[in-house]
Design a protein around this ligand. Structure first.
Ligand code: HEM
Length: 209
């Protein structure tokens, strides 16, 4: 007797890229979430400002890839997905100094993303972070900040977070990449999480802050 179609698995089928990136970064994401929440990020505007600086570094590091013509062909509405402008406005809203902003730009400028496949991994992390942002936005409202003041970069896209994310994920999964290109994407995603973690440690866990 043959198995019903849905239980047949194709041994030659390559798992979707987004699933590989999710599985390959699951534990780093979980430990980053736990770390951020343990550092009282939402206990005051001063603490939240340090969190926004971590976001500023991450968004500055990846910003130029939202303008890459090949990636724009591959990924829907890529240029409009760039939330760097929102992060910069949030920095101004919460009173971060130009010195802090330029220090963050310098840290971000040291990041090397060498090719478009690694950039895919970085973009996956930055886009995906907008899903978790729904939870962060709820917390930040306790500090009297909102999607229009101080927490602009945590706002949902007008089509809704879920749909906006699914469009991005489906485009990632439609790419026909060679094994080493998928590996570069995974390494990029891991590097992006590591960079986010490094900034959380430097800014939020530093005894000076
Ligand atoms: C306290 C901080 C954070 C919390 C509570 C949080 C929580 C979440 C939640 C609830 C999701 C949705 C999971 C799902 O629907 O499957 C998510 C997705 C995601 N978050 Fe976070 N997150 C946080 C910080 C971050 C940061 C700082 C980054 C990036 C550096 C990040 C990157 C991602 C990515 C890439 C996804 C998409 C995972 C996927 O479905 O492929 N998150 N997060």
């Amino acid at each position: 007797m043959t198995e019903p179609a849905e239980t047949l698995s194709d041994p030659f089928q390559v798992p979707a890229l987004s699933a590989c990136l999710k599985a390959g970064t699951h534990s780093i994401h979980e430990s980053l979430d736990t770390r951020i929440m343990s550092l009282s990020v939402f206990s005051s505007r001063e603490r939240y400002a340090l969190f926004v600086r971590t976001q500023s570094r991450l968004h500055h590091a990846v910003a130029r890839w939202f303008e890459n013509a090949r990636l724009q062909n591959w990924l829907p509405e890529l240029a409009q997905r760039n939330r760097l402008w929102a992060v910069i406005e949030d920095c101004r809203d919460i009173g971060l100094t130009p010195e802090a902003l330029s220090e963050d730009r310098e840290v971000a400028a040291q990041v090397q993303i060498l090719d478009i496949y690694s950039a895919l991994g970085w973009l996956y992390v930055v886009e995906g972070s907008n899903l978790g942002a729904a939870f962060l936005l709820k917390q930040v409202k306790k500090l009297d900040l909102s999607e229009t003041f101080g927490a602009r970069h945590l706002a949902a896209n007008e089509m809704g977070r879920g749909l906006h994310w699914r469009k991005f994920k489906n485009a990632l999964d439609a790419l026909e990449l060679a094994g080493e290109q998928r590996e570069a994407a995974l390494k990029g995603a891991i590097a992006a999480f590591a960079f986010a973690r490094q900034n959380v440690e430097q800014l939020l866990a530093s005894p000076e802050n």
